[in-house]
Design a protein around this ligand. Structure first.
Ligand code: ZN
Length: 281
């Protein structure tokens, strides 16, 4: 294909950040930092390898996803605990923040709600940044491993992909049929996963996670949350997923309550006030 004569000029136009973060409502990280100092653990859940578990994080609580035993990637879904139609919106979170999220970023909910579900308050892998391959940790670019893509690319049925694990966990938690629960499972936050796009072909890649036992990512629950976490069958996702080949480890979810009065001035965010008329007469 021949390039037009002004190809260089067209390519040379400045890149403009799509969403100016200057007007994005900011979390009060100083207040959250002080509240973190007062945390008391109220419960914990162990997520077995190649499986998922749900957890509840009430508004104003904190939750941590903790690496235990060995390097392991987790696939996280979040819902409004009172209304499963409001769930984590991976695509808008990526557009508002970046391909990978860390302390100070928020996990936003789907339209027509568009409010922060959770704010990241601590990330022991915050030092990683972006490596020489362009890889970073905790991405919102991947979707989740699932048996449909596996069947498409490799044939055969594998039942312990994150999509299926999350589906079974939600079905068990809410006493739903798996086919109904599946419709609520959505694009994830890839916790601890190290990913990026290849420089030449811009294909999604993964590499072995830098996470080690003791590492954790911590969130502040902005509304009452139902979460589900899958310990991905890819383990550290350094080689392959959607199989029983990789070495897999459990993950731990811990729920913490801050001391009374520690959240002074904080209010749970409201759904977007957009009237939903869309210009229709
Ligand atoms: Zn997975």
């Amino acid at each position: 294909m021949t390039e037009p004569a002004d190809a260089a000029e067209r390519r040379g136009r400045p890149a403009v950040v799509c969403y100016p973060v200057e007007t994005l409502p900011q979390p009060d990280m100083a207040m959250l930092g002080r509240a973190r100092e007062t945390l008391r653990k109220v419960s914990e859940t162990i997520v077995p390898p190649r499986d998922a578990r749900t957890f509840e994080a009430p508004a104003g609580h904190f939750f941590r996803i903790v690496s235990i035993e060995g390097p392991q990637v987790g696939d996280l879904n979040l819902w409004n605990a009172r209304d499963l139609s409001e769930r984590f919106f991976s695509g808008k979170t990526r557009a508002l923040h970046a391909t990978h999220v860390t302390t100070g970023n928020r996990l936003w909910s789907t339209l027509p709600n568009l409010r922060p579900l959770a704010t990241i308050t601590h990330d022991t892998l915050g030092w990683y940044g972006f490596d020489a391959d362009g890889g970073g940790v905790h991405d919102v670019i991947g979707t989740r491993c699932d048996p449909y893509t596996h069947r498409l690319l490799s044939g055969g049925d594998y039942h312990h992909c994150c999509h299926s694990n999350l589906t079974r966990a939600l079905a068990a938690a809410r006493n739903m049929d798996v086919r109904d629960a599946e419709m609520h499972v959505h694009d994830v936050l890839n916790v601890f996963m190290c990913t990026g796009f290849t420089k030449q072909t811009h294909q999604y890649f993964m590499k072995a996670s830098p996470v080690r036992p003791g590492d954790f990512i911590e969130f502040f629950a902005e509304i009452d949350l139902l979460g589900a976490l899958s310990a991905c069958p890819g383990g550290d996702c350094g080689a392959e997923h959607s199989s029983d080949v990789a070495k897999c480890y459990p993950l731990k979810v811990e729920i913490f309550a801050p001391a009374e009065g520690a959240l002074a001035g904080w209010r749970s965010p409201q759904r977007s006030a957009y009237p939903r008329t869309h210009g229709a007469s």
